[in-house]
Design a protein around this ligand. Structure first.
Ligand SMILES: Cc1cc2nc3c(=O)[nH]c(=O)nc-3n(C[C@H](O)[C@H](O)[C@H](O)COP(=O)(O)OP(=O)(O)OC[C@H]3O[C@@H](n4cnc5c(N)ncnc54)[C@H](O)[C@@H]3O)c2cc1C
Length: 502
């Protein structure tokens, strides 16, 4: 039997996607004798955004074996417990989308079913009161989970906000220490094998070239290999996702960092505020059909908490995904594989999923079609689930104005329409296989955006009402008691930095 093992991998691009791939592959493929080289251009920058994450990032960090506290210090990170939506449902309204699971079930009846019965009867507190993440975030408090079974602290679920460039640099140090070679150079051409159609090498400005068995395209929006060389195709999803531009600016922090991302609806889109230790990241994501770049810049700059530290940087994107994120011997990750929009901070998560699935279906030099097809189906499903969740936010708000009226007129995907119908009939939420967003996410956003079920699950009537009341009260009181003992988020970070010797 001939040896068909992959001997070398070339990663094109040194943004978040490129260095995440380099770090993860150098760790997972250790001992297999596979050479990994990353090529990045000194002239073409990275997008430099992508500062909010979702909880699976903590698995990525742990799987690499990174020391969480060192990372937090080096990338100026703060903790994130979810997203606060301000003025989104209607002006003056606020709701919170927390990380983490719902409360526990009562027998076989899930939390959302029995909470909903009481909520519809006006006998339950707001959903936020039953989530330790939401309660702590709204009060500006944070602590790490503690191993204390049967207390809400046991399940505290969090992610990070970090400086995107420092994060990539941190991973670069990790990857280079594990043998990843870095070449600074601009890719000018892609050479295909005329018989197999596989990419043989990329040629660099100045004449050099990099050959490999497997290429990871992390070259950003343009998709240098996956699209420009292999024409994998792009599904444009702007009929569902209305925003196509972003302006980004850093500002001085005017207050202690909140342990959540703040999202505020604006006339033609929405604005984010991501608190880091040393600055805030801000951005206005909008639709070019409903406002001009100049008005958008004025809106963003006129709504910063602190003094701006940079001039606004403009980014354009077409929401959607690469039709085949893996084609022949090229796997696209990051913006090269697609980009939906930043509302729920899923870009880095989708990179992580791409890497995990690549390892799951790791090829040999025959590049079996079955593996590639399955990889593409999994990624297609991940992107579609995220798209539906994003569309939910846009399609169900009571805001007025041309942009928001347009959002309400966007036809739902069949999958989202079914999800909303199921919820509206009896408050049911089904989590699809391997879906990022748990039941609590869907529940928070649907309730937050005033989608109220007509009725509750009839099986809840099998429970004694007093039992439900006392369970809800026990949950609420336990959460409030635990949160009251947590330090302020800023103090927690400060204490950690002191312990780290700063
Ligand atoms: C406005 C906005 C906000 C976002 N916010 C979030 C968020 O909060 N959370 C989140 O998870 N995600 C977010 N994302 C997505 C996230 O930023 C990206 O997923 C992430 O940064 C990965 O980018 P990348 O590495 O794919 O591409 P890039 O950062 O664009 O890097 C591309 C790399 O390719 C190199 N390159 C390009 N052409 C060549 C060439 N010819 N030769 C050699 N090298 C080349 C460049 O030098 C660079 O190193 C956001 C994206 C946008 C646009």
């Amino acid at each position: 039997m001939t040896d068909r093992r992959i001997r070398n991998i070339a990663i094109v691009g040194g943004g978040t996607a490129g260095w995440m791939a380099a770090a993860a592959l150098s760790k997972s493929l250790h001992g297999m004798g596979i050479q990994i080289r990353l090529v990045e251009s000194a002239r073409i920058g990275t997008v430099g955004v992508g500062e909010a994450t979702v909880p699976p990032i903590m698995d990525f960090i742990r799987q690499l074996g990174l020391a969480e506290s060192d990372l937090i210090r080096d990338v100026q990170a703060t903790y994130k417990l979810g997203i606060g939506y301000r003025d989104w449902t209607r002006p003056g309204h606020f709701y919170f989308h927390p990380f983490g699971p719902t409360g526990p079930g009562l027998g076989s009846i899930p939390f959302q079913a029995y909470w909903l019965k009481m909520f519809l009867a006006g006998e339950a507190a707001a959903l936020e009161d039953y989530s330790i993440q939401a309660t702590a975030a709204i009060q500006g408090r944070f602590t790490l989970p503690v191993h204390a079974p049967n207390t809400p602290l046991n399940k505290l679920t969090y992610a990070l906000h970090f400086d995107a460039c420092s994060f990539a640099q941190y991973l670069r140090g990790f990857a280079e220490a594990r043998g990843v070679q870095r070449t600074v150079g601009e890719v000018r051409g892609v050479l295909l094998n005329p018989a197999s159609g596989l990419v043989e090498s990329v040629t660099l400005e100045g004449g050099g070239s990099v050959a490999a068995d497997l290429f990871i395209d992390c070259s950003g929006f343009r998709g240098l290999l996956i699209e420009e060389a292999l024409q994998a195709g792009y599904d444009n999803w702007s009929r569902w996702l209305p925003c196509d531009r972003a302006l980004v600016v850093h500002s001085e922090p005017a207050r202690a960092p909140d342990p959540y991302t703040l999202v505020t609806a604006r006339e033609a889109g929405w604005q984010w505020r991501i608190p880091l230790q040393h600055r805030n990241g801000n951005g206005y994501v909008y639709s070019s059909e409903f406002t001009t770049d100049e008005t958008a810049a004025n809106t963003l700059l006129g709504n910063l908490d602190g003094r701006s530290l940079t001039s606004p940087m403009s980014l354009r994107f077409t929401p959607g995904r690469r039709r085949k994120a893996w084609s022949r011997n090229v796997v696209a990750l990051g913006l090269a594989a697609g980009f939906l929009e930043p509302l729920e901070a899923t870009g880095i998560y989708l990179i992580q999923r791409g890497i995990a699935m690549l390892l799951r279906f790791f090829p040999d030099r025959d590049f079996a079609t079955a593996d590639i097809d399955r990889y593409n189906r999994v990624l297609e499903s991940e992107f579609s689930r995220v798209r539906d969740f994003l569309l939910l936010h846009y399609s169900r708000t009571e805001r007025r104005g041309e942009f928001w009226d347009h959002c309400r007129s966007i036809p739902l995907t069949d999958t989202l329409a079914e999800k909303i119908d199921l919820f509206q009939s009896h408050g049911r939420i089904l989590r699809e296989e391997a879906e990022l967003f748990p039941i609590m996410s869907w529940l928070s956003v649907m309730i937050g955006q005033n989608i109220v079920p007509r009725s509750y699950d009839p099986l809840v009537d099998s429970l004694d009402t007093h039992k439900i009341h006392s369970k809800l009260e026990e949950l609420r009181a336990g959460i409030h008691h635990s949160v009251a003992a947590m330090p302020a988020h800023g103090d927690f970070l400060h204490a950690r930095q002191i312990r780290l010797g700063r």
